[in-house]
Design a protein around this ligand. Structure first.
Ligand code: SAH
Length: 221
């Protein structure tokens, strides 16, 4: 695919100027971003904007995050090849594709069935195997496959959903945007000897995480 990929140069520029220059230096993460064809994960009419320095709409009011934010979150998860990872908020499937490059097992939970179906198509078109998408309320985590070495939440909630902390393995890392409806703090938790260390990573703006341990639902959904 790489030789015939018309976006290869754009993707390389994205990695250098949007991501590496801003401080993401983990070579495994940069290699994964260089490899995964982001344009395959955005709606066709947005394809030419896929490598721009911004989030993009993916339908149903949801977004694929800005490349730099995806890179920071991925780097902070500190993944090893054997790790078991849980993502909450599959969206386009792009983040999940990166996780699959870096970890052993990837489970991604998406609340909206149509979004989940499109993510499965996107992953197939990108040739990514090794992501399992589950439709459901990810604020409850996914107990059947717990514990997880890493948990990444890609929608924002007023507090970190407690089940996700519970499903984190010893030594596990969790990244989540936490705070008010519009914009939030990106928070990293590390579980050590049963205790949880909390590290703030900076300001972000994510769509809401809607569910039992997140924001309460919208009437139309
Ligand atoms: N990681 C995605 C972007 C996610 S956008 C990507 O790489 O494209 C946030 C997603 O979270 C949306 O698709 C939204 O439907 C989903 N979401 C919101 N609340 C959720 C919940 N409780 N459980 C699972 N997914 C949820």
């Amino acid at each position: 695919m790489a030789e015939t990929d018309p976006y290869r140069n754009k993707r390389e520029e994205m990695v250098e100027f949007q991501i590496r220059d801003r401080g993401v230096r983990d070579e495994r993460v940069l290699a994964a971003i260089r490899k995964v064809p982001r344009h395959v994960f955005v709606p066709e009419n947005w394809e030419r904007a896929a490598y721009e320095d911004r989030p993009l709409p993916i339908g149903e009011g949801q977004t694929i995050s800005q490349p730099y934010i995806v890179a920071v979150m991925t780097e902070q998860l500190d993944l090893s090849a054997q790790d078991r990872v849980l993502e909450i908020g599959t969206g386009s499937g792009y983040q999940a594709a990166l996780l699959a490059e870096l970890a052993g097992t990837v489970i991604s939970v998406e609340r909206l069935p149509d979004i989940a179906a499109r993510a499965r198509e996107n992953l197939a078109r990108a040739g990514v195997t090794g992501v399992r998408i589950v439709v459901g309320d990810g604020t409850k985590g996914y107990p059947p496959e717990a514990p997880y070495d890493a948990v990444i939440v890609t929608a924002a909630s007023p507090e970190i959903p407690k089940p996700l902390v519970k499903q984190l393995a010893e030594g596990g890392r969790l990244i989540a945007p936490v705070g008010p409806r519009e914009c939030q703090d990106l928070i990293k938790l590390v579980k050590r000897e049963g205790r949880v260390e909390k590290i703030p990573l900076g300001g972000v703006c994510f769509v809401p995480l809607i569910g039992q341990f997140g924001w309460k639902g919208e009437s139309s959904l």
